[in-house]
Design a binder for this molecule. Structure first.
Ligand code: MG
Length: 383
């Protein structure tokens, strides 16, 4: 029996994690869970899974949960302190970090200090402070298990392999909602168009990130940290069917790929059962004859500027990826709120990157300061 803490229970990854727990109740127990504001969605989940500890985003939500009647004893916390409390509980074996944005950083570091295994779906945590999270995990001997489908694919392809034999990582990208549009056509796209992803059902922020290709950019940085591979050895290839989830090429030119129908429950479950595997009967079996053919195309930096920003920021290192992430989070929020156009997301990120003087080997305090400063700057130039 593994005891699970789920940070971000009402988001898309959170929901699918609970689905995995529901299918394997004899293997996993939910000890603690957190969510932001969606009490209507969370209360039935609390009743079903009966976690001992719950943390919520704000006072208003706290009151709503407090008023709900549960048949089991549970404590309720609020804000970042609540997230940390949920993650460091003594019984917890695995912390599933399915939070959105860099808010996941501090709870992850605290959980590592308590030697909890981390199943990481929160890519922004590694993008904003990769060297600190990685250093921490090494220091405390804690495994960071990838939940993102691409990184899970690479992780699976690397089982039994040695890092020294890797030639390159090849990350596949569906291209998002606008993969077939020209830059000119992108000028007039709407929020609704952007939220309509062809292959994956995900939250709003990551769906927009897929449309700008920033999601792939963040994944490149995430891969750099997770697998300790230089940016020069990471490539992105467009693959619109999302059947090959990523690949590893070795020095002998042999390439190992991981395939499957797109279903996030597969990589989530693998992170929870690793190094073992369990059946997942609800997911659709891959029949290649049904798919017929798979397509690949070059990921063009001029067409997908966010991908270029991510590679450049990653190579510069230090606080540059922190700026990339913070500017992106604010720009996407502004787009989703209807304040800016789709292409303005890229412009805002580019301005924030140009303005920044990088700090190499930043401390946690430097990162928090740069993150805050970048968010302030992006919001100041919105109008
Ligand atoms: Mg992904």
């Amino acid at each position: 029996m593994k005891n699970i803490c789920l940070l971000g229970a009402t988001g898309s990854i959170g929901e699918q994690t609970l689905d995995v727990l529901r299918m394997h109740q004899d293997q996993f127990r939910l000890v603690s869970m957190t969510f932001g504001k969606n009490a209507e969605k969370a209360i039935p989940l609390i009743k079903t899974f009966q976690p001992k500890y719950i943390a919520v985003g704000d006072m208003d939500t706290y009151q709503k949960v407090k008023q709900a009647s549960f048949s089991h004893e549970c404590q309720i916390g609020i804000g970042e302190e609540g997230l940390i409390e949920a993650a460091v509980m003594e019984e917890v074996d695995i912390v599933v970090n399915a939070l959105l944005g860099s808010v996941g950083l501090i709870p992850t570091l605290k959980a590592i200090e308590q030697k909890k295994t981390i199943a990481l779906a929160n890519k922004e945590t590694l993008v904003t402070a990769g060297h600190i999270v990685k250093g921490h995990a090494k220091q405390y001997g804690v495994p960071l298990l990838p939940v993102d489908s691409e990184h899970s694919a690479i992780f699976q392809a690397l089982q039994g392999e040695q890092n020294k034999n890797i030639e390159r990582l090849i990350i596949t990208a569906s291209g998002g909602s606008f993969r077939d549009k020209t830059r000119q056509e992108l000028e007039s796209v709407t929020i609704e168009d952007a939220l309509n992803h062809p292959n994956w059902s995900m939250g709003a922020k990551i769906t927009i990130d897929s449309a700008t290709m920033m999601n792939k950019g963040l994944e490149v940085i995430e891969a750099h940290w997770l697998f300790d591979i230089p940016y020069e050895q990471i490539d992105v290839v467009l693959h619109k069917e999302s059947i090959i989830h990523s690949m590893v090429e070795f020095h002998d030119r042999s390439v190992i790929a991981q395939l499957g129908n797109p279903d996030m429950r597969v990589p989530i479950q693998y992170a929870l059962t690793y190094p073992d595997r369990l059946p997942l009967p609800e997911t659709k079996r891959l029949e290649l004859w049904e798919i017929g053919s798979l397509h690949f195309a070059k990921a063009d930096f001029e067409r997908f500027r966010c991908l270029q920003f991510a590679f450049e920021s990653g190579k510069i290192g230090g606080t540059m990826p922190t700026v990339l992430n913070a500017a992106n989070e604010e720009a996407v929020a502004a787009f989703l709120a209807g304040h800016i156009s789709f292409l303005a997301i890229e412009d805002l990120i580019e301005k924030a990157l140009h303005r920044h003087s990088v700090i190499q080997h930043p401390s946690l305090a430097d990162i928090q300061e740069v993150d805050k400063d970048t968010r302030g700057y992006v919001n100041s130039i919105l109008t």
